[in-house]
Design a protein around this ligand. Structure first.
Ligand code: PLP
Length: 286
C-alpha cells in the first residue's frame, strides 16, 4: 500500500497531494518543520516535539492553525494507514498563499497580507535503530555559515543540505559545524564529546537547534545515571582531542563518531561511555 499524506485537513495518496507554487514555503522557505519519531508504533517525546513546533511558529509569526487536540487528532487520522512500527512523522507548516490575490501580487518579500497557513504531514520508515551495530560513523568539520537564528526549526536548510552533501562526498555521515572556533552542532544533530569521563555539549542558544533528543539524553540518560556533564561551549581543539564523540537526533538516537576528518577517535571504535549511554537510551524505545 502506498503511504498516505495529510494536506490541509485531508488525507491523500502521496502523489495526489499538491500545493500552490505561490505558497511562501515554496517561494521563500517561509515555514518550519518538525519530525517526530515513532518506535514500536508509539511516539517518542511527542509533547516536546509539539512544543518546539509551536515555539518555531511563534518565532516567525505564523499562525498555528490547529489546537493541540486538533493536531493530535489529525496525526491519528493520518497514521491509521501507517503500517510501519518504526518511522518518523514529518510535519511542515508554511505561511502559505495570500488569502486575497486581487492585487495580482503573487510574490513579495515582506509578509504583508493574510495567508492561508499550509500544513502537510507524511511518514517514512526508520530502519534498524534499535538493532543497529554501534560501530560508529565518520564526520567532517566545516565552518558554520548559517544565519544566527538556528534555534528556529526552519525549512530553509540550504546550508545544512549543502554541507551534508559535502560530508557524503567525503564518505562521512555528518558535518560538524564550527563558528568562531566554537563547535555549534551537526547539520542535523547535536554534538557531545567525552574527555576523561566528563561529557560536554554546547548550551542552548540561538546558534543551535534545541534538539529534543539532546535534552532527553542530558536529563534522562546522562544526569539520571550519574554521568558527569558540563554544558558549555567547546573548541575545535577539544573536539579533536576528545576521547569520544557522539551525536544525537530523533532518527539516529545516539550515534558514535569514530573518525573526524582523517583522524580516528578512540582508535576508530565506539567509546565505552557512548556505548553505555546508547544501551540506556534504547531501553526507552522498546
Ligand atoms: N540540530 C539540527 C540542525 C537538526 O536538524 C537536528 C534534527 O534534525 C538536531 C539538531 C537534533 O534535533 P532532534 O533531537 O530534535 O531531532
Amino acid at each position: 500500500m502506498k503511504n498516505k499524506v495529510f494536506l490541509n485537513g485531508s488525507i491523500k495518496n502521496d502523489l495526489d497531494a499538491k500545493v500552490s507554487i505561490f505558497d511562501r514555503g515554496y517561494l521563500f522557505s517561509d515555514g518550519i518543520y518538525e519530525l517526530i519519531p515513532y518506535f514500536n508504533s508509539k511516539p517518542f517525546l511527542i509533547d516536546e516535539h509539539y512544543s518546539r513546533l509551536t515555539e518555531s511558529l511563534g518565532m516567525i509569526g505564523i499562525n498555528n492553525p490547529y489546537t493541540k487536540k486538533e493536531w493530535f487528532s489529525n496525526i491519528d487520522n493520518l497514521l491509521q494507514n501507517c503500517e510501519f512500527e518504526n518511522f518518523y512523522l514529518y510535519i511542515q507548516v508554511t505561511r502559505g498563499v495570500p488569502e486575497n490575490t486581487k492585487d495580482g501580487i503573487m510574490r513579495e518579500h515582506a509578509a504583508t497580507k493574510k495567508y492561508n497557513t499550509s500544513v502537510c504531514m507524511f511518514y517514512s520508515e526508520i530502519t534498524n535503530l534499535v538493532e543497529r551495530n554501534i560501530s560508529g560513523k565518520k564526520a567532517i568539520t566545516l565552518e558554520d555559515k548559517r544565519w544566527k537564528q538556528c534555534d528556529i526549526k526552519s525549512i530553509s536548510l540550504l546550508f545544512n543540505t549543502y554541507a551534508k552533501t559535502l560530508a557524503y562526498n567525503e564518505g562521512a555521515f555528518e558535518a560538524i559545524l564550527i563558528r568562531n572556533n566554537v563547535i555549534t552542532e551537526g547539520c542535523s544533530s547535536n554534538v557531545f564529546i567525552v574527555k576523561n569521563n566528563v561529557i560536554k555539549t554546547s548550551p542552548k542558544s540561538n546558534l543551535i537547534l534545541p534538539g529534543v533528543t539532546r535534552s532527553f539524553v542530558i536529563d534522562e540518560v546522562i544526569k539520571k545515571n550519574n554521568y558527569k556533564i558540563i554544558i558549555e561551549n567547546f573548541s575545535e581543539d577539544e573536539l579533536f582531542e576528545s576521547d569520544e564523540i557522539f551525536i544525537t537526533n530523533s532518527t539516529q538516537g545516539i550515534l558514535p563518531i569514530t573518525c573526524l576528518n582523517e583522524k580516528d577517535i578512540n582508535k576508530g571504535l565506539c567509546g565505552d561511555i557512548t556505548k553505555e549511554l546508547y544501551n540506556i537510551f534504547i531501553k526507552y524505545l522498546v
